[in-house]
Design a protein around this ligand. Sequence first.
Ligand SMILES: NC(=O)C1=CN([C@@H]2O[C@H](COP(=O)(O)OP(=O)(O)OC[C@H]3O[C@@H](n4cnc5c(N)ncnc54)[C@H](OP(=O)(O)O)[C@@H]3O)[C@@H](O)[C@H]2O)C=CC1
Ligand SMILES: O=C1O[C@H](COP(=O)(O)O)[C@@H](O)[C@H](O)[C@H]1O
Length: 496
Amino acid sequence: MEPTTFVLFGATGDLAKRKIYPALYLLFVDQKLPKSFSLIGLGRRELSDETFQANVEQSLSTFSKSEGRDPEVMRNFLRAFRYHVLDVNRKEDYTKLLQLVEQREDELNILPNRMFYLSVGPELFETIAANIHESGLGSANGWKRLVIEKPFGHDLPSARQLNIQLNQAFDETEIYRIDHYLGKPMVQQMGQRLHSALSEQDLGTRNIANIQITASETLGVEERAGYYDHAGAIRDMFQNHMLQLLMMLAIELPNRSSVVEVGNLKKKVMKTLKPLHKMDVSHHIVRGQYGEGEINGGKVAGYTAEPGIALDSLNDTFIAARLKVDDPFWKDIPIYIRTGKRLKEKLTRIVIEFKSESPLQDHLIVEIGPNDGISFQRSNSGKEGSDVDKPVQSKLSAIKAGIPEAYEILIHDALKGDKTYFAHWDEVELSWEWVQPILDAYRENLLPLHIYPAGTYGPNESDKLLEQDGFHWFDFKSASVNDANKGELYAYGHKT
Ligand SMILES: NC(=O)C1=CN([C@@H]2O[C@H](COP(=O)(O)OP(=O)(O)OC[C@H]3O[C@@H](n4cnc5c(N)ncnc54)[C@H](OP(=O)(O)O)[C@@H]3O)[C@@H](O)[C@H]2O)C=CC1
Ligand SMILES: O=C1O[C@H](COP(=O)(O)O)[C@@H](O)[C@H](O)[C@H]1O
């Protein structure tokens, strides 16, 4: 891997501590960082290099999953870390930063390959990109890359505007838009596995009755009121993670697919999504907000009683949607997506329900979190005359233990210059285009905001959305994927 200077904006922030440093540490231990690697952390607060290094070490103790850190390994890891005070709005700070970057490149005798990671609020993205460009930080005789956190824009016009601004400083090939769901190992493989499962059974998508994508969380808004109350579930999860799950499920990635191929395939999925009209949104979308309730036996406050949230906030903490992909392969298969905060359990799963005459069992379940695996399940929920004692049968593949986490995978890819599992501009723009009528309908209050008790699966209207089509959300309680783990291990696409 080529020598790299990793310039981290937001080095004192939550994401850096929680995800970036632990991921870098694991990469270092696995010898996956470039041999010549230097990190310069940036923020407004005054820190010495030593305090910064101690803070990084502290965050590893708090957030890293690796056990038993060797002090010698830790010292070697932290040796690469320097800190520099920078206010993103002060041009002179970038000039000083350039001097430090060049000084470190000289000390290490490395080429000026620079990765700029923006782990700061989205309102700062444009300013930083412009200042990197103007200060000369981005014009050295090596490569430059911009890694950018979500959210990418607030709506379609602002996302387009942001992209135009970034393109003045970075080429699209140099921009790495992080969507951490794309770094989840199961997400990278599931389209392939679904197609293998269907073809091994000599089936086509005609045997699929519907597809259900659920990302439910037990957490509430936590300390992120300032951001979340303007984003809501639709921008925080739906426009990015949930639509990425749909794209990754619908495409069959050729082996060793290039970044361009993946981008084109995903774009095709988004282009075939039937558009919603603002006036029809209420027929296909359910908007919810959590009220007070119980999570894991403990009482929790409703959304508007959370710190920093206005009592009259109409922000959405839940969304359920019905979508259709209008292409010959997926035609006529309804796709339901739901995501929300303060729901009954923490899980991310995709359920493919087969038609009753299908030789397959009722459901193929792709479990993305907290564990991962693929299994067949028979669910009795909602079926008249069902035999509740019927054993759950399953074939399952799980991704082996020791697989790196999303941030580790994505940061490693960015260091290698592999953009395959980053969000490409075309698909980001198309997903905002699809979501925009919903944002408009929310703003104009064209659909009700349903309050659901915390600790449930969301408002009843979300169940009704499927009942209208003769379906039910899969009842995860009736068939545990972890029980299925005891069954025959069988990986679609390859045997484990
Ligand atoms: N936290 C999370 O779990 C997730 C976060 N994200 C995204 O990651 C990004 C960072 O989030 P998070 O770490 O939570 O945010 P925090 O508020 O915790 O950190 C913000 C960082 O930005 C720095 N900063 C703020 N203003 C300036 C400024 N004017 N000049 C220089 N530095 C500044 C702060 O440093 P200082 O105060 O020292 O200046 C701090 O290091 C956001 O885009 C967020 O949406 C995405 C997914 C999950
Ligand atoms: O990006 C985000 O994702 C998390 C959920 O991620 P997961 O990997 O735990 O499923 C969500 O809590 C957060 O609000 C959102 O910003």
